[in-house]
Design a protein around this ligand. Structure first.
Ligand code: GLA
Ligand code: ZN
Length: 669
């Protein structure tokens, strides 16, 4: 397994490099990622490349046994380039230039920027393609960061027209699919097409953002922007491959970004990596959120992954987030590994005295003295060198899957149905409920093979196609269990609302009709009760008329008191649950308990425990349990069966004790 840090030799005097490398070795490091923002040092002026310093840095690290993931530096184009070609800057929806001074100040669709990108990547490729210490490449850095995937410049307009022409062969077809007859928006030729920039009907006052563009146009624009990034990434990959680089290629994702279809972006990559910050200036993440993020990332290629930036100190830009408490760096590292990480790279090696991220602390403080955080990471390194055999190529096996769709996320984003509705939050709610029963769920795209799972959840899967309908019907017919929720199946893939009776594409499967719905605004709540006890909705209630389905819960308030809120339908050999309303955490947890038992899913531990996370992995036919204590208290966990504690090498049965933020890796005997 790979273990190391993100390192910026260009930030430090040459004479520091050896000392850094020695300390890294003592922490059991075998890899660093470097280079991803160093364009101005690699090409100080147009066409003059200088890699001597990079060669030397790589040598200094390699002498201590440390290998290199080399980043292409295109996330920070140098000033000379931007001054020569100001056309590379992005434009926002108001037509304002997003200029120099930060990073990611370029448009993916700028033909000039693409050429310069190819040149720098090609120069790096010829230098490092056969380098014995360069073991992987990272393309650019966090595509889509800070709203940088969507640009409104003229280059983007031209590319968008081409993209649409390719998709809708005739302008009449486009007009029909978007429904441009509405408000006289009919386009007579491709030339007349627009970007959904600021318009007279838009409202942009703080939280009161209102989208008024045609929903078909908006959705296609989001898709086009995502495709532009995929295309731009592919340009760089092609340069590397055509220059003879055979090292694997990755990109560092940021799980919560949603401007890119991460499944599409992943197709051209050999492995996925991502950047995992848990407590920082912008919030303290719940452990369920981080667990889910890891699972989203593993689900991109349904393969193990790397964490290319793993938090290693207190961090923020203008404020500092909480400092990681003793044990937390270790806990977060094991959590990543449990969910499929095979590479852990801490961000950053040493806090930088200059630049926008002066407050982003790393393993070492500014003064470079190894302290508590270094010692904790050193301990992890020692442990992982023992455990790496069971980590590499291990499999995380789940009985349940949650389907995530970026197209659906986008459509819900600009028309969320109700101010309280958030697609991602809904997925998270279901994920956490399963997790609280110690049931693992994969998070995957609808392209996955559904037959692997006993239970598939498709929360708010609203945009549909006939193919997807057939696919899920076949899954259920063959004995699968499916959960569908409110706001599913009401639209076609181009974002028009279906003329079918709701739940539209899911009417047959669910065996219900939606008689009416009630969007709950301004603090209204509605209760329902049934199989889960009593629950409260505060976003949405579908008033259901069961056709073939059986009622599992009914509303107990409003004019629809007594009407069905949750149903189950037998379809072929399987079952389809329709959950017509949002529910509070307690109710959803209890409902999922019922459904998972019915679906014959066995929890990993029979006694759920707050703050305890359990992950099951398999390697070479052996089963391992990762136990992760996310609380600051000592907890005792009752076990069924006999286990070998992989860290203490003791055999244990009946129970195991974990200290605050403690972990255990147990092999089932
Ligand atoms: C991201 C980037 C890093 C760094 C950190 C901290 O994850 O990839 O370069 O900027 O955030 O802000
Ligand atoms: Zn642009």
């Amino acid at each position: 397994m790979y273990f190391g840090a993100d390192y910026y030799p260009e930030h430090w005097p040459r004479e520091f490099w050896e000392g850094h490398a020695k300390l890294m070795k003592e922490a059991h490091f075998n890899v660093v990622r470097i280079g991803e923002f160093a364009w101005s040092k690699m090409e100080p002026e147009e066409g003059r490349f200088d890699f001597a310093w990079l060669d030397e840095a790589i040598e200094a690290l390699a002498r201590e046994g440390i290998q290199i993931v080399l980043g292409t530096p295109t996330a920070s184009p140098p000033k000379w380039l931007a001054d020569l070609h100001p056309d590379i800057y992005m434009k926002d929806e108001f037509g304002l230039t997003r200029g120099f001074g930060g990073r990611r100040h370029y448009c993916q669709n700028s033909p000039i920027y693409r050429e310069y990108s190819k040149k720098i990547v090609s120069a790096m490729a010829s230098r490092y393609k056969d380098h014995p210490h360069v073991i992987a490449w990272q393309i650019d850095n966090e595509f889509g960061w800070n709203d940088t995937a969507r640009c409104y410049c003229d280059n983007c307009l031209q590319e968008f027209k081409r993209w649409l022409q390719n998709k809708y062969t005739s302008i009449d077809e486009l007009n029909k699919e978007w429904g441009t007859i509405f408000w006289s928006q009919t386009y007579r030729s491709w030339d007349e097409l627009i970007l959904p920039a600021h318009s007279a009907a838009d409202l942009n006052v703080g939280a009161a953002k209102r989208y008024s563009h045609n929903p078909g146009l908006l959705l296609d624009f989001y898709r086009f922007c995502s495709d532009s990034v995929v295309f731009y990434q592919k340009l760089q990959i092609d340069v590397l491959r055509n220059s003879g680089c055979s090292q694997p290629i990755t990109h560092n994702y940021m799980e919560h970004f949603n401007q890119l279809d991460y499944y599409n972006l992943g197709k051209d990559l050999d492995f996925i990596s991502w950047d995992n910050y848990v407590v920082y200036e912008w919030g303290n993440k719940a452990y369920e959120t981080t667990a889910m993020a890891h699972d989203v990332i593993r689900g991109i290629k349904e393969k193990n992954f790397w964490v290319m930036e793993q938090q290693s100190g207190p961090c923020g830009w203008n404020h500092l987030g909480d400092t990681p408490k003793p044990g937390q760096l270790r806990l977060w590292t094991y959590q990543a590994i449990a969910h499929g990480a095979e590479g852990i790279v801490y961000f950053r090696w040493r806090a930088c005295p200059v630049g926008a991220e002066q407050y982003w602390y790393g393993i070492l403080d500014h003064d470079g003295i190894p302290r508590r955080r270094y010692r904790e990471i050193q301990q992890i390194g020692r442990e992982l060198s023992e455990l790496s055999d069971i980590i590499n190529d291990s499999k995380t096996i789940s009985d349940a899957a949650i389907i995530q769709s970026y197209d659906n996320w986008w459509s819900h984003e600009f028309q969320p149905h109700n101010p309280g509705f958030d697609y991602h939050r809904l997925l998270h709610q279901y994920y956490s409920a399963l997790m609280h029963h110690h049931i693992q769920a994969d998070i995957v795209s609808i392209d996955t093979d559904l037959s692997k799972y006993k239970l598939v959840l498709m929360p708010a899967f609203n945009l549909m196609t006939d193919e997807i309908q057939t696919k899920v019907e076949n899954y259920v017919k063959a004995g699968g269990n499916l959960i569908i929720t409110f706001r599913s199946g009401t639209r076609n893939w181009n974002n028009s609302i279906t003329l079918k009776t709701l739940p539209g594409y899911f009417k047959e499967l669910t065996g219900v009709e939606i008689e009416e719905f009630d969007s709950l605004n301004f603090g209204r709540t509605v209760k329902s009760s049934g199989i889960f006890g009593e629950g409260t909705s505060c976003v949405w209630c579908d008033i259901l008329r069961p056709l073939q389905a059986e009622t599992l819960a009914k509303y107990s308030g409003e004019f629809y008191r007594g009407e069905a809120s949750v149903t189950v339908n037998s379809y072929g050999n399987g079952k389809v649950y329709y959950i017509g309303c949002d529910l509070d955490e307690k109710a959803i947890t209890s409902l999922l308990k019922y459904i998972t038992v019915e679906s014959q899913i066995k929890p990993l531990l029979s006694q759920p425990m707050d703050g305890l996370e359990v992950v099951r992995k398999m390697k070479d036919g052996k089963i391992y349990l990762f136990l992760l204590n996310h609380t600051d208290a000592t907890i005792e966990i009752s076990l069924e069966g006999k286990y070998l504690d992989m860290l203490s090498c003791e055999t244990i049965s009946t129970s195991v004790t974990l200290n605050a933020y403690g972990i255990a890796v147990l092999q089932s005997l």
